[in-house]
Ligand binder design. Structure first.
Ligand code: PLP
Length: 343
């Protein structure tokens, strides 16, 4: 039997060896980073090392990094900017934007810089003076060059498990000088911005993964990923002419292919490919388990039927050319069968 093939890197990436090693050694660190004794200082040193590693990968200052339990919590930590209505901006092709209002009615814009379903990269819209911008750079970090310093955003959210760190750890990046009122108060950790004893094992893993991811990015590893994604895209779209490759030709993550297969439901595609040995996704993992058309694709103008017939293939380093070509053969054969059954 062939080994399974993992093509769902946007849902989560495999743990990097560097992250695993850092986590294993952090498990033996006894101290609490807030303690002043030697054991505490050793734990503190580990957290600060990781803070510098994450800052280097994100292009911000170490002091701008606040560790959280993930990107979702990073956004929720902003106590005075509670999650409000999430709207689809009709002018913004594929990105969901949310507007949050604080007690004084100030708005913040939350903007997905790289979309997890389509891989499409889009800059945030212009905003009025005084409206803070929070960028979701979860999918961008480690896959494309990004600099928080140059982005102009006040805030950004990051998640370790998307670039080979452990799940359940992430960061809120807060621009120097921007004040937030944290929803998590208590012990005053993270300079009063995220109370709670630090998850030093997860943080050490995140730091090591960030450093390895940055090194890999600079070495051009993702250029080859893009090449294989393009080979896959060509094989699928030339074998099935009615398919639509979403976002092709525009700025996109190097690893992502969102393909609409008219007449074949996304969930059915996922099940068929799972049985054939491939892990793929029908849409964002955040909404998986729920059978519904992709909101992102609908916002881009696809009708409900097409928006429920998409598959997301997301590659990573090490996914070889012969693997993507074999996937294409299998998928095309299954698609033909599905269309025959429907005829
Ligand atoms: N933002 C994007 C674009 C994502 O793809 C995800 C994926 O899970 C999240 C945020 C949530 O991150 P976390 O799982 O760390 O809460």
């Amino acid at each position: 039997m062939r080994a399974r093939v993992y093509l769902d890197w946007n849902a989560t990436a495999p743990l990097r060896a560097e992250a695993r090693a850092a986590m294993i050694s952090a498990m033996d660190v006894v101290g609490n980073p807030s303690s002043v004794h030697a054991e505490g200082r050793a734990a503190r040193a580990l957290v600060e090392k990781a803070r510098a590693q994450v800052a280097a990968a994100v292009g911000c200052k170490p002091a701008e990094v606040v560790f959280t339990s993930g990107a979702t919590e990073a956004a929720a930590v902003l106590g005075r900017l509670p999650v409000g209505c999430v709207e689809v901006d009709p002018t913004a092709h594929d990105c969901l934007w949310s507007q949050r209002r604080d007690g004084e009615g100030r708005r913040a814009i939350g903007w997905g810089y790289a979309n997890n379903e389509t891989g499409v990269i889009s800059e945030a819209p212009d905003r009025a003076a005084g409206v803070p911008l929070m960028l979701d750079i979860v999918q961008a970090v480690g896959k494309v060059p990004f600099s928080f310093a140059w982005s102009g955003a006040e805030l950004a959210v990051v998640s370790a498990h998307k670039f080979g760190g452990p799940k359940g750890v992430g960061a809120l990046i807060i621009r120097d000088g921007v004040e937030i009122v944290s929803a998590l108060t208590g012990g005053g950790q993270e300079m009063g911005r995220r109370a709670g004893t630090e998850n030093i094992v997860g943080i050490a893993g995140m730091g090591a993964a960030a450093e390895a991811a940055q090194r890999e990015l600079e070495a051009g590893v993702w250029d080859e990923v893009a090449e294989f994604r393009n080979i896959l895209e060509t094989a699928l779209s030339s074998g099935a002419k009615d398919t639509i490759s979403v976002g092709k030709g525009g700025p996109r993550l190097p690893n992502t292919l969102c393909l609409i297969a008219p007449g074949w439901k996304g969930e059915t595609q996922v099940m068929a490919m799972d049985l054939a040995g491939y892990a793929v996704s029908a849409g964002s993992a955040c909404s998986s388990g729920k059978v519904r058309a992709s909101r992102v694709l609908q916002a881009m103008g696809y009708d409900t039927a097409l928006a429920s017939q998409a598959i997301r293939l997301s590659l990573g380093p090490g996914v070889e050319k012969d693997v993507v070509l074999r996937f294409a053969d299998t998928w095309l054969a299954q698609y033909r069968k599905a269309l025959d059954r429907a005829a």
